[in-house]
Design a binder for this molecule. Structure first.
Ligand SMILES: Nc1ncnc2c1ncn2[C@@H]1O[C@H](COP(=O)(O)OP(=O)(O)O)[C@@H](O)[C@H]1O
Ligand SMILES: Nc1ccn([C@H]2C[C@H](O)[C@@H](COP(=O)(O)OP(=O)(O)O)O2)c(=O)n1
Length: 233
């Protein structure tokens, strides 16, 4: 895919970190405030996982996953005020957030053929973003966009992350704090220990612990870091 002609102020921002550290909320708000595109790469891995489940693929069999990894057509809308995700023309924004998909996404996203496919998609979306883009995930700074202008790695205590996730689930699905925390820790361990592009902080990423910060403080911190990068360009 061709690289779009970029505006002078275009910046590529990579935001990585484990679940519940504030990647999505921060990235969306920062992108909206600065007029950048926004890409939720976790939603893409969730979308391919949803497709595997929906098509009866045995997700305990990496060979079976690899064989069909190229089949689903995944399209991400990158407007931060209304991000979208579809698979083969179906809007899957809701179905990709179920506990079933959440419990299976680490296994699917560990398969190298899945990562190669989704990484290529992510790079072409970033290359087409004329005004720049905020891309959030697990391996953006290390693997997908190693030349990003700014890399941020968000962290937070498991307690803070579980409490945030439970706040979202309340009323929808059973929300037991200990169970949420255990599931988060299990997913972090799987995502950090896989062979192909695991969850990791890039050497040149700036680490921000969000445990005791409000969302607004994290947003302001990232906006300031981007403005510093833009001024130095
Ligand atoms: N600094 C923060 N303080 C309190 N709540 C936060 C903070 N950052 C995010 N949240 C809330 O925590 C939940 C998870 O945030 P999200 O952005 O989805 O994290 P991630 O994308 O890293 O999984 C959301 O409900 C969000 O509003
Ligand atoms: N760049 C990425 C982004 C997500 N993944 C995988 C691993 C994650 O557990 C799942 C889901 O990511 P997502 O960001 O939606 O998860 P949370 O919002 O943090 O719960 O996808 C990945 O392997 N690489």
């Amino acid at each position: 895919m061709e690289t779009a002609a970029r505006t002078a102020q275009a910046v590529i921002v990579a935001i990585d970190g484990p679940s519940g550290t504030g990647k999505s909320s921060t990235s969306k708000a920062v992108a909206a405030q600065l007029g950048l595109s926004y890409l939720d790469t976790g939603a893409q891995y969730r979308a391919i996982t949803w497709w595997m489940v929906n098509n009866g693929i045995d997700i305990t069999d990496p060979g079976a996953i690899a064989a069909v990894a190229g089949k689903p057509d995944i399209i991400s809308g990158t407007d931060p005020s209304a991000p979208t995700i579809s698979v083969d023309g179906t809007d899957v924004a809701g179905p990709i957030r179920t506990q079933e998909v959440t419990s299976k996404v680490s296994a699917v996203s560990a398969v190298p053929e899945v990562r190669a496919r989704i990484t290529e998609l992510q790079r072409s979306i970033a290359a087409a973003a004329e005004n720049g883009i905020v891309v959030e995930g697990r391996d953006i700074g290390t693997t997908v966009l190693p030349d990003a202008d700014l890399k941020v790695f968000l962290t937070a205590s498991a307690e803070a992350r579980a409490a945030r996730r439970n706040g979202e689930l309340k009323g929808k699905e059973a929300a037991d704090l200990a169970a949420t925390k255990a599931a988060l820790i299990k997913r972090d361990a799987a995502d950090s220990s896989r062979k192909t592009s695991p969850l990791a902080k890039a050497d040149d990423a700036i680490e921000v612990d969000t445990s005791d910060l409000t969302l607004q403080q994290v947003i302001e911190c990232v906006v300031t870091l981007i403005e510093e990068k833009r001024a130095a360009k």
